[in-house]
Design a protein around this ligand. Structure first.
Ligand code: G3D
Ligand code: MG
Length: 187
């Protein structure tokens, strides 16, 4: 069975822990690594084509990360959910900084990232939210800034509260990570 380390990245309170919690369902237990300032959970997933994988899903504990400990967090990862909060535009503006962080630790150009706009259930009640169009626009900008022309960043809007598209987000992450894993580890 393929075991893959994947990351959930993004500013504080965008919903990283909530998304993972929603995906895992009840009764899972996270393993906290104090020295890394992060924890992980393990989830088995079988894709429609029958490929079975074990995702080791890492999440940052607290609001930020300790600079000196970051490398352990990124080490060995084969994909990431890059999360922003549609109700807070500054969390979208910080996305390129997060991707820059990934690039410090993974020089490979096609490290897979799935862009996630979370908390879409709040769009109706909060004004000034980031629209789907704005999210798509950022996706295109990131693709041209960080990737060569053929690589695409999947973009998914989610609600950890209602559960909308949460499964999709992780399945997409897993699929992209498998591709990356094959390219980097098997050859
Ligand atoms: P983080 O792990 O990225 O820091 P959390 O973020 O998962 O801790 O979520 C931060 C807050 O946002 C939490 O509220 C959480 O319930 C809320 N939240 C996360 N995702 C969603 C969502 O999709 N919709 C809504 N409406 N709220 C969401 P509290 O009040 O518990 O701090
Ligand atoms: Mg959290």
């Amino acid at each position: 069975m393929l075991v893959m380390k994947v990351l959930i990245l993004g500013d504080g309170a965008v919903g990283k822990t909530s998304l993972r919690h929603r995906y895992m369902g009840r009764g899972f237990k996270a393993t906290y690594l104090m020295t890394v300032g992060a924890d992980f959970v393990v989830k088995e997933l079988t894709h429609q084509d029958g490929t079975a994988v074990t995702l080791q899903i890492w999440d940052i504990a607290g609001q930020g990360m300790f600079e000196s400990l970051r490398s352990t967090f990124y080490q060995g990862a084969v994909g990431a959910l890059m999360v922003y909060d549609v109700t807070r535009p500054n969390t979208l503006e910080n996305v390129p900084k997060w991707i820059g962080e990934i690039r410090k630790h993974h020089q490979i150009e096609n490290f897979p990232i799935i862009l996630i706009g979370n908390k879409i259930d709040l769009r109706e009640s909060i004004s000034g939210c980031i629209s789907t169009f704005q999210g798509e626009k950022l996706t295109k900008t990131l693709e041209s800034e960080f990737y060569h022309e053929k690589w695409r960043i999947p973009f998914i809007e989610t609600s950890a509260k209602t559960g909308e598209k949460v499964e999709d987000a992780f399945v997409n992450l897993s699929r992209a990570s498998i591709e990356f894993y094959k390219q980097t580890k098997e050859i």
